[in-house]
Design a binder for this molecule. Structure first.
Ligand SMILES: [Zn+2]
Length: 128
C-alpha cells in the first residue's frame, strides 16, 4: 500500500475487498493472456447492493492490486446493482431497498434474492 495515505475509513473492511481485488486481478490477467494481449483499457465491475462489498473500499483495493500489473493504467468502473428478489407468493421479481426482504408487489416475506448479492467482473476491455 505504499504511496497511499492511511485511510481510517477502510480499516475495518479493506481485507475483504483486498482479497476480492486480487481475484479481479487474476481474472483480468487471465483474460488478457488468453487474448494474447498485454494491455487492458478498462475493467467493469458490478457490486450488488447485498454483496457486502463496499464499492469505495474495492476501488481503493484495486488501485493497490493493479500496481505493476497488466492493467495498471486501466480504468476501473464500478457500478452498483440493486437487489432483486423473486417472490414465491405472487411470483413477481421486484427490486428491494436496503435490507428489507419483502416482495415490493404483495408484501410477502417469502422471497429469494436473485440478483444483487454478488460482486463480479462484467466486462474487460482488452487491447488487441
Ligand atoms: Zn409477492
Amino acid at each position: 500500500m505504499l504511496g497511499y495515505p492511511p485511510d481510517r475509513l477502510f480499516t475495518g473492511c479493506i481485507m475483504h475487498e483486498l482479497s476480492l481485488a486480487m481475484s479481479v486481478k487474476d481474472i483480468v490477467e487471465e483474460a488478457a493472456k488468453s487474448n494474447g494481449s498485454t494491455k487492458v483499457n478498462e475493467v467493469n465491475i458490478v457490486v450488488g447492493s447485498f454483496s457486502s462489498v463496499v464499492p469505495d473500499a474495492l476501488e481503493f483495493a484495486l488501485e493497490v492490486a493493479k500496481k505493476g500489473t497488466i492493467f495498471e493504467n486501466a480504468r476501473i468502473n464500478i457500478r452498483t446493482e440493486k437487489a432483486v428478489v423473486n417472490c414465491s407468493e405472487c411470483g413477481k421479481d421486484t427490486e428491494i431497498e436496503e435490507f428489507n426482504f419483502k416482495c415490493s408487489s404483495c408484501g410477502s416475506g417469502a422471497v429469494r434474492v436473485i440478483t444483487g448479492d454478488r460482486m463480479y467482473v462484467e466486462s474487460i476491455d482488452i487491447e488487441s
